[in-house]
Design a protein around this ligand. Structure first.
Ligand SMILES: [Fe+2]
Ligand SMILES: [Fe+2]
Length: 198
């Protein structure tokens, strides 16, 4: 049976400018168990780590509420894309024969005390997420269907996270109006930030 709410959510996320339209989604449900990809590799992406998709959804939605007038649209827009990420990783884990890890702890969710701090923390999370997805890429070898689909999935996830980081970095630059302030607040805290933007 066609799941219309899933399709509607996909269509909505596709038109948002918070997802990288240049890179397409593969179909995670086409993955198979014992085909060169272990479901456990993806478990941290839905557990309590700073870089997990659940952590990013909770961080962005709460930051959107706290700082609605300055960064609310950006953080809520990104949060919607993180929900799609969560759904794709969840589908991948199930198709690979894994089980969804439980329970979730929100100990790594830090919201920041100002909008600039909130975005710097969000940027830190995006960088950690990109690094984690790249670490899964390094585990892939061979040319099975599941390996190829996983490469596409990681490619899409990384492209989106790099877009998020780029948008956050642009916003941080506009909020820390002079260059010196940007260097102090952002570059000192996150020296790698520009290496991971688009
Ligand atoms: Fe994500
Ligand atoms: Fe992201």
């Amino acid at each position: 049976m066609i799941n219309y709410s899933d399709r509607m959510a996909d269509a909505l996320v596709d038109v948002l400018r918070y997802s990288n339209a240049n890179v397409e989604w593969p179909e995670p449900s086409d993955l198979k168990p014992n085909d060169g990809v272990s479901p456990e590799w993806f478990y941290p992406t839905i557990e309590s780590e700073l870089y997990s998709e659940i952590s990013s959804i909770l961080q962005y939605t709460q930051q959107a509420g706290l700082y609605d007038d300055t960064i609310g649209e950006l953080t809520l827009g990104i949060a919607l894309v993180e929900m799609k990420h969560y759904a794709s990783v969840r589908d991948a884990i199930i198709a690979l024969g894994g089980t969804l890890p439980q329970p979730y702890s929100n100990k790594n969710i830090i919201l920041g005390n100002t909008p600039v701090e909130a975005l710097a923390l969000a940027a830190e999370g995006e960088i950690a997420t990109i690094k984690f997805y790249k670490s899964i890429e390094l585990k892939l070898s061979g040319n099975t269907d599941s390996v190829n689909i996983t490469r596409q999935l990681l490619n899409k996830l990384i492209a989106d996270e790099r877009l998020h980081l780029t948008l956050i970095n642009q916003k941080l630059k506009s909020m820390t109006d002079d260059k010196e302030k940007y260097e102090t607040v952002v570059k000192n805290l996150l020296p790698e930030i520009e290496a991971f933007t688009l």
